[in-house]
Write a protein that binds this ligand. Sequence first.
Ligand code: GLA
Length: 323
Amino acid sequence: MTVVRVTAPGRVNLIGDHTDYTGGLVLPMVLEKRTMMEGSPTNDGIVRVSSADEAGTATFPVDVEDLETIEPRWARYVAGMVRELRHLGVPTSGFAAAITTDLPIGAGLSSSAALEIVTGRFVRALVGTDSIDDVTMALAAQRAEHRASGVPCGIMDQLCIAVGRHGTATFIDCADLSTSHVALPDTIEVDVRFVAHRTLAGSEYADRVTDCGEVERLIGPLRLATMADANTLEDDRLRRRARHVVSENQRVRDSVAAIEARDMVEFGRLMTASHRSLATDYETSTPAMDDAVDRLLTEPGVLGARMTGGGFGGCVVAIRRRA
Ligand code: GLA
């Protein structure tokens, strides 16, 4: 019997949050923690998946369309990916698989994107095709996420997980989906701290996406906007949203330059500035996340700290000098 075993990591974003869905710049990196899928093909047109870390087993047909009927809910990400791949001409005739993960679930480290990509890799391996490249896989996973969770997320998580390499950050231009690997000096370490469980479904995430749409209707693409353009917005809330996105894209550019120049003090400063912008102008932090960042900044060797990912809970990330 053929046994297929694939994995996909989680991700932490070092800088560049709430920029991806307006074609901005991001600098995430993959984690060592990962999700694994192991199983075998069947020929009965049925997918059976079980998870060691989340309750239950799900069974659905390979030609699944409606994800809302699928229980338990985590299996909607699997079904969403099976559906997207089928629409891309990569159908499966059925499989039975078990999922395990050491990623914390619902902690803002992209456990759902890891589940989508691991499913994509599993189906790709079963079918034995190389016709699905990493960008196509990431875009399919993003559509699966939209359909499974209703959250209108950007491409950062799925693309970072699809192309990321251990120990290096992934610089992504979300306008053209080009990626490059940015090595971090081994004089620093990345410290990820859990603050609170959250789900972006039902959070204000979608409101921020809507705000950016409104901003772009008024001043054009945020990716091309300047601070002067942002400051022409009369509405205070929209002006602050635009200010965050424009300044965050610049901070990502400056961060890549700082890392390449091995100026980690400057990179740390940019990370902390990013947190302040997300907390005040973009309003995606929480008091507990602000406290966690402030505490980290008092610890020896810490050069910068910020919330990471969508916010409203989840994790904070810091860089520190290695002792
Ligand atoms: C979540 C989304 C990403 C991105 C971040 C914020 O992780 O899935 O697409 O928008 O929030 O940067």
